[in-house]
Design a protein around this ligand. Structure first.
Ligand code: NAD
Length: 493
């Protein structure tokens, strides 16, 4: 990629010419400058929010038949499918995810989410209570929540934007998107697909580029924003919740994870080894549900660990744009430094590198750590790199204590062919997304989200749709007398 991609703010249907301070993203493939993007200050953020506010208050977007909003989403799904290969090449170069995974899992998956939310728009329902006396009609009516700030990280820059935008638009909301400062080109390539979509008023979708401070912080604090939907680290999620509290905004937070994977002697070992070696290292470990803590029953611990190490060392690592690459580089030097800081704690905290632990440019070798305390830094904090810690469990209770012993609760998996054990363990795991005998199974229809410090609220499925809906209860009284006066008059004395 030789040409530097220019990213822009999108406000009220206009791509704003770049002026003022800018920042750059780099190709993970060859290190060259990949994109240059402007930094939105508080004034630019204000312009974007006001455009979204006007589109919400003054256009008929929220008042139309849902089928019309669904048509907009179906068109976006078609456009994304048509552009999937070009966008995937850009995403792979900018954030380092191998091309095939980007194309089939992220970008085509995102096109499917546009189609899912087109259907969901037409299935939004309210309620009528059947408990009222005959003269009362008591209904609960769905309304869009209003102007939404959608804040995106870099690890799935297209998919994570679409799951928020799809639900927001289906509900009749308007939006200001803030892409990650690591991947401005990837999200902009997606947002360019919105140009000229029939039936989409200007200002319904806006974009502001820039870092968390000042751009993201100004967006979250803006009094005209009604809801914030954020995906990113737990530390940032905490700041966003605190800032949103000032005006009591609705908040959804999809934050970090430290997924435990519990392996028992009765598991299908070949399948578990395939799934967990991929689950640990795919996307260079830059996934919030990566298999980062593998907890193996003591009876099979040694043989499982040996076989896992052989798999880890055989994974094809390489350039993200090569079709044979399964494990690519990390997104940026900044992310490599975060990983390096945690790897530097391993030996100090008593751990051993069974394999890996080395860094070359943006590449971290798939790393297995043993003999490490469960509450050590590398075993309890999110690394967001290809690093897995192994633990030996004596029995189910011990495995659950290890699994639930961190502050995160996002993904988890259980490996056993004993259905009673699977049921017992899935009930006890503190996580929003629990897999049995698999890892990384996801669908547009199923809700996803965290427990504990992994987040609040859900994305995808109808639960994700409801995050963008405010229910208004309306009561009609068809009787001729005001009920309180009728009651007062009925009292004796
Ligand atoms: P991050 O928290 O550094 O940044 C995420 C986004 O928030 C970026 O757009 C950033 O600019 C913005 N931001 C930063 N500070 C802000 C502030 N004060 N106010 C408003 N916005 C602000 O996260 P990251 O490094 O980009 O992404 C990796 C993290 O995302 C990991 O922790 C990962 O687990 C998490 N993640 C979670 C999920 C999930 O669904 N739970 C999915 C993907 C990634």
């Amino acid at each position: 990629m030789n040409d530097v991609y220019a990213a822009h703010h999108l406000i009220d249907g206009e791509w704003i010419p770049v002026t003022g301070d800018t920042f750059e993203s780099h190709s993970t493939s060859d290190g060259s400058v990949l994109a240059r993007a402007p930094i939105a200050d508080a004034d630019m953020v204000d312009r974007a929010v006001k455009a979204a506010r006007r589109a919400f208050d003054e256009t008929d977007w929220k008042d139309r038949r849902a089928a019309e909003r669904a048509n907009v989403l179906l068109e976006l799904g078609r456009r994304l499918d048509d552009a999937a290969e070009d966008i995937s090449r850009l995403v792979s170069a900018e954030m380092g995810k191998p091309y095939r995974l980007t194309l089939e899992r992220e970008v085509r998956g995102a096109a499917d989410k546009f189609r899912y939310f087109a259907g969901a728009a037409r299935a939004i329902e309210g309620e009528v209570t059947g408990a009222s006396p005959a003269h009362i009609l008591d209904i609960s009516v769905p309304n869009p929540v209003g102007v939404c700030a959608l804040i995106i990280p870099w690890n799935d820059p297209v998919d994570l934007a679409v799951r928020k935008l799809g639900a927001a638009l289906a509900a009749g909301c308007t939006a200001v998107v803030k892409p990650s400062e690591e991947t401005p080109a990837s999200t902009e390539a997606l947002m360019r697909l919105f140009d000229g979509v029939p039936g989409l008023p200007d200002g319904v979708v806006n974009v502001v580029h820039g870092p968390g401070d000042p751009t993201g912080a100004a967006l979250v604090a803006h009094p005209d924003v009604d809801k914030v939907s954020f995906t990113g680290s737990t530390a940032t999620g905490r700041k966003i919740m605190a800032s949103a509290a000032a005006t009591l905004k609705r908040v959804s937070l999809e934050c970090g994870g430290k997924a435990p994977c519990l392996v028992f002697p009765d598991a299908d070992m070949e399948k578990a080894l395939d799934a967990l070696s991929w689950g640990a290292f795919l996307y260079g470990g830059q996934s919030c549900t990566a298999a980062t803590r593998i907890i193996v029953h003591t009876d099979v611990y040694d043989e499982f660990l040996d076989a896992f190490k052989a798999r880890a060392e055989a994974l094809p690592v390489g350039d993200p744009l090569e079709l044979t690459t399964l494990i690519g580089p990390l997104v940026s030097e900044r992310q490599v430094e975060r990983v390096r800081r945690l790897l530097d704690t391993v030996e100090e905290d008593g751990g051993t590198f069974l394999t890996g632990g080395t860094i070359d440019g943006l590449y971290v070798t798939p790393t297995i750590i043993t003999d490490i305390a469960p509450d050590s830094r590398v075993a309890s904090q999110e690394v967001f790199g290809p690093v897995v810690c192994f633990f030996r469990a004596e029995d189910e209770d011990h495995a659950i204590a290890l699994a639930n012993g961190v502050r995160y609760g996002l993904g988890a998996s259980v490996w056993t062919t004993n259905v009673n054990r699977a049921l017992r363990l899935t009930r006890r795991l503190e996580a929003g997304d629990v897999w049995v005998n698999t890892h990384y199974v996801r669908q547009s229809e199923t809700p996803f989200g965290g427990w504990k410090e992994s987040g609040l609220g859900r994305e995808l499925g109808m639960a994700g749709m409801r995050e963008y809906i405010a229910f208004k209860r309306i009561a009609f009284d068809t009787s001729e007398q005001f009920h309180l006066k009728a009651w007062w008059n009925s009292l004796e004395g």
